[in-house]
Design a protein around this ligand. Sequence first.
Ligand code: 2BA
Length: 109
Amino acid sequence: MKLVMAIIHDEDAFQLIDLLSEKGYSVTKLASTGGFLRAGNTTLICGVDETQIPDLIETIEKKCKARKQITSVNSAHVSAGEGYVPYPIEVTVGGATIFVLNVEEFKKV
Ligand code: 2BA
């Protein structure tokens, strides 16, 4: 058995969960926060048989779009005595960041 963790955009979450449920996958949605943007995102966890991994990843790819987001970083201007001056940068987020982990044991009691 494998555990798939997919970090996705909040806006893609419910459409993807609907499609995964239609296909018979069990899925858990966690509210998460990206360390870089400090913005909310969604982490889905899904325990599946190894043979289901290609279909699961294809389904995630189908529903999760890449998006451009603007964030600000601080630039030091110490010599000018101005402290830190924030300036905007554009980053591409997603479609999805996917981890596939081995599951040692799976039980429902
Ligand atoms: P965030 O950490 O908020 O990152 C959002 C986007 O910012 C990233 O998109 C990437 O384009 C950019 N980014 C992240 N760290 C950066 C850095 N140190 N310098 C410059 N740009 C940086 P994605 O790569 O698509 O990641 C989307 C979200 O997936 C991340 O949100 C994070 O929550 C998660 N993630 C991505 N890679 C991960 C990893 N290796 N381990 C754990 N979580 C990860």
